[in-house]
Design a protein around this ligand. Sequence first.
Ligand SMILES: Cc1cc2nc3c(=O)[nH]c(=O)nc-3n(C[C@H](O)[C@H](O)[C@H](O)COP(=O)(O)O)c2cc1C
Ligand SMILES: [Fe+2]
Ligand SMILES: [Fe+2]
Length: 385
Amino acid sequence: MYISDAIKYVGVDDKTIDLFESQYVVENGMAYNSYLILDEKVALMDTVDRRGLEEWSKNVERELGGRSVDYIVVDHMEPDHAGSLSYALERYPEAVVVGNAKTFTYFEQFFADDISGRKLEVKEGDTLSLGSHQLTFYMAPMVHWPEVMVSYESTEKTLFSADAFGKFGTLDTDEDWACEARRYYFNIVGKYGASVQTLLKKAETLEIEKILPLHGPILTENLGYYLDLYQTWSAYRPENKGVFIACASIHGNTLEAAEKLAEKIRALGEEKVVVSDLSREDIAECVEDAFRYDRMILCSATYDGGAFVPMEDFLHHLQIKTYRERTVGILENGTWAPAAARSIRGYLDSMKDIRVLDETVTIRSRLHEEDEEALDRLAEAIVRA
Ligand SMILES: Cc1cc2nc3c(=O)[nH]c(=O)nc-3n(C[C@H](O)[C@H](O)[C@H](O)COP(=O)(O)O)c2cc1C
Ligand SMILES: [Fe+2]
Ligand SMILES: [Fe+2]
């Protein structure tokens, strides 16, 4: 992949990984991006997950064409990027590691390599000249991890953005950017919206023509589109108007009620209504949809005095990802002592600025004719909200 005469892509596509971060289903694999800047001095911009070491090291050698590495810039110490650092240090013994104070603290935790005398510690706004290229470092704490920083190269107006603007999927996957970038964002970075906002403010002061993230495609056109989405997501603003119905059903009766509710909401003129079966759908996708739409309805069977496990699980995910500022309705089902709604409310009450509709529906075992009125009231309330 061509970036420029001086900036070379040396990352790898991982098509064999089962779960990214041992958690996220990645049907189209994962890309670990890494770059070289070739100037009077050579800078290696992050490495890759150990899983990609062999191919990556060949890419680096090929692009170096016999030269060596002067600087290894570590924008992020997480093993999916720093996993091949040890190898790089040994292979390029002259190379100096560039990071901030926290980078080096974590480096010592992860690695036994002695890099005393090979460290260049940088702070906010520090620069590093490579010749005609110059890097400026901006701290981006909690845009995934505390040590994260981004590097801006001013000659080519290129931002090395670390995990920001990343997505799931290998680089050779032909798929919509936003879909997998949104799922990546809300599940991986979403808890730290305020930190992303701080980074975006710094980015506003820079002239940026290219964004080179550590995952996913490099972004060279229409940058406003990506920056706008990041603004929306990090401010926790809904991206789309719509109702997301998340359902946890043991035997299918609650799911039937959820589908019926969706029909009623659509009949009231709501254009976007999405129903997800929490037992079967990718939970990360459901977390994404919860943030994506402005309203949500939670439908759950009662299970051992609480909500059915996939619902409890989903709410736990939303809680740790700091789901907030949305309107939520509840439908519960139970055979002898319905208690799902109470448990759901407990989670929602712990979240910031969640408006829970008063029109909670309780059904017993299955939807009955006499429940229709309550269902209508909930449908009308969510459409009005
Ligand atoms: C393991 C288990 C535990 C349950 N615990 C409760 C309960 O505490 N209170 C209750 O009212 N119903 C309880 N139920 C019953 C279901 O909530 C009820 O049958 C519901 O209608 C199932 O809806 P579904 O068809 O969507 O799964 C339990 C069911 C199972 C299988
Ligand atoms: Fe990360
Ligand atoms: Fe990453």
